[in-house]
Ligand binder design. Structure first.
Ligand SMILES: Cc1ncc(COP(=O)(O)O)c(C=O)c1O
Length: 400
């Protein structure tokens, strides 16, 4: 008997996503044709030049050893150039960029660099699960900022108690937002920065959906508000813009003291990833903008197909301005939880969605669709959902 384990494991226990994983497996085993819209894992392809670069690295024996920080210089230079090109910011690749094995690594490890046990960190509810996971690992205390539809899924600064502000060290935000799909303006970042300066907080901005905005606007970087990088660190991932989720490649960029502290934590845990991956990622970052335009158009078309089809079955899902998701209030009249809805749906139709409650308490009452299959499969999925709803939810629909 090895238990009891460390107390820090308790808040990381099993969640509604584990139940969904199990339900997906059972749906497959029962012979259903699974349409998995529950994960934000892209089905699209990285730029060909990125794949070719990774491939050619395999025949270069100098890539086989450990990759230390100084071996990442070319990747860091590509990151800085990308930021400079997109946001007009000056970035020092030596001190202001840190390669990461996925941005999740960075947002989960940052609290270890910043929080002493008992320190408060502010984060959104709903939000991405690794944000709160990292705070728990560091022994920090999460204080949730509810994101509600009536406030356009934005935090209400004046609702945060003074006492909490005094105890807080860190504010974690992420826009365009997963799962609500909300976007922000540059003015929002001015306000967030003002709030952080007023209360001496670090501003951490998780920014993986920067390229999936459909209204012709460029998603603003928090660093455009904090041009001197006084207290901001931002996380960009190649998982979304370049469809390289399995490669696990991302970076942190911003305040050099924060970068140094995060590097210290990270270097205790791992080295950098395979040199070929970093070379491929640098090639992706250098790919022409037309690549991003093309995939943005693909996501936009999927969004339009899915929303139109859902409206067609009487489910008036809002049209998102950004991300690769739909954030849908549960169908009118449905009395159960989002978890129950998703479990029943996958069991009877093979269509897997994410329950809103998996992203936090304020996510209850919603489900998230990830638009990671072709339009024809989205039609198929919505058709099955239509049958499911028409039959009174939960009434088995074995062979749609
Ligand atoms: C807000 C947010 N941050 C981070 C990630 C994960 O990024 P990465 O693959 O770089 O760890 C996701 C993935 O869905 C996400 O939605």
């Amino acid at each position: 008997m090895i238990a009891p384990f460390a107390q820090r494991l308790h808040p990381l226990g099993s969640n509604v996503f584990d139940q969904m994983d199990q339900a997906k497996r059972e749906a497959r085993q029962s012979g259903l044709d699974l349409i998995d819209l529950s994960l934000g894992s892209s089905d699209l392809f990285p730029p060909p030049e990125a794949l070719a670069t990774v491939q050619s690295a395999l025949s270069d024996p100098t890539t086989y050893g450990y990759t230390l920080f100084h071996d990442t210089v070319a990747f860091r230079a590509a990151c800085a150039k990308w930021y400079e090109g997109k946001f007009g910011l000056e970035i020092d690749p030596e001190t202001e960029v840190l390669p990461l094995i996925g941005s999740q690594q960075g947002t989960a490890l940052l609290p270890l660099a910043l929080l002493n046990p008992g320190d408060v960190a502010l984060l959104t509810d709903p939000g991405y699960p690794s944000h709160v996971g990292g705070i728990h690992l560091a022994g920090g205390i999460p204080y949730y900022l509810p994101l509600l539809a009536e406030h356009s899924f934005l935090p209400q600064w004046n609702r945060i108690p003074e006492e909490i502000c005094r105890q807080a060290r860190l504010l974690v935000l992420s826009y365009p937002h997963n799962p609500t799909t909300a976007t922000v303006t540059p003015e929002f970042w001015q306000e967030a920065l003002h709030f952080c300066r007023q209360h001496q907080l670090v501003l951490a901005h998780d920014f993986p959906y920067v390229d999936w905005r459909f209204d012709g606007q460029v998603a603003p970087s928090a660093l455009q508000a904090d041009r001197d990088k006084t207290c901001t660190i931002e996380f960009f991932s190649l998982s979304k813009s370049y469809h390289m989720g399995g490669f696990r490649v991302a970076y942190a960029i911003g305040n050099r003291e924060l970068i140094r502290a995060l590097r210290l934590v990270k270097s205790t845990i791992d080295f950098h990833q395979y040199q070929g991956i970093l070379r491929g990622a640098a090639a992706a970052l250098a790919a022409p903008e037309t690549f991003l335009h093309h995939w943005r158009q693909v996501y936009r078309e999927r969004r339009d197909i899915a929303v139109a089809a859902l409206h067609g079955i009487g489910w008036p899902v809002p049209l998102p301005e950004a991300t690769m998701y739909l954030w849908a209030p549960l169908p009118a009249g449905y009395a159960g939880s989002s978890g129950q809805f998703c479990l029943d749906l996958v069991k009877t139709t093979g269509v897997a969605l994410s329950p809103g409650s998996g992203f936090g308490l304020s996510g209850e009452g919603y489900v998230r669709f990830a638009l990671v299959v072709e339009g024809s499969r989205l039609w198929e999925a919505v058709g099955r959902i239509g049958h499911f709803l028409a039959k009174g939810r939960g009434d088995a629909l074995k062979n749609p």
